[in-house]
Design a protein around this ligand. Structure first.
Ligand SMILES: Nc1ncnc2c1ncn2[C@@H]1O[C@H](COP(=O)(O)OP(=O)(O)O)[C@@H](O)[C@H]1O
Ligand SMILES: [Mg+2]
Length: 138
């Protein structure tokens, strides 16, 4: 499903749509090139869920935890992961198989560790700089 040729101003509405689309699925994978807008979209989604902390990419820790309104959110950035064993070491299962939201940048780094059910969010940068954001589920 194509959500929009998203500009920054449209992200709050897009975040809301993605959350509705996810339903009971709590694991969302964010695909898109470096600079496509994954972290920015996740920030909008966290705001939609009531997070008041500053949302930035967890560059040093791989995973950041935020408190939304009555729900926990884990934000992963696997870009710097060297291998899938590192995800095992950080205890990814504790996060993935909790009731918390998991927003995951660079899921390509953990192809064998993805759960059975997830929502895939893909961000594509158009030549004019706008974004096409598509969502589907596995
Ligand atoms: N929907 C959008 N439309 C236009 N610019 C955007 C959009 N989303 C993000 N950006 C801009 O793109 C840049 C990179 O975004 P970022 O979220 O850090 O990308 P990523 O996490 O995919 O590497 C930022 O400067 C941000 O302001
Ligand atoms: Mg990022």
């Amino acid at each position: 499903m194509l959500l929009s040729a998203g500009s920054i101003e449209q992200l709050p509405a897009i975040a809301s749509e993605i959350i509705s689309f996810a339903g009971n699925t709590r694991i969302l994978l964010f695909y898109g090139d470096m600079g496509a807008g994954k972290t920015t979209l996740i920030k909008a989604m966290c705001e939609h869920l009531g997070v008041t902390d500053v949302v930035t990419s967890p560059t040093f820790s791989i995973v950041n935890e935020y408190a939304g309104a009555g729900q926990k959110i884990y934000h992963f950035d696997f870009y710097r992961l060297k291998n899938q064993a590192e995800a095992l070491d950080l205890g990814y299962e504790e996060y993935f198989y909790s009731d918390a939201w998991c927003f995951i940048e660079w899921p390509e780094k953990i192809p064998d560790l993805l759960p059975e059910n997830y929502v895939r969010v893909n961000i594509q940068v158009m030549p004019d700089g706008s974004r096409h954001i598509t969502i589907d589920r596995n």
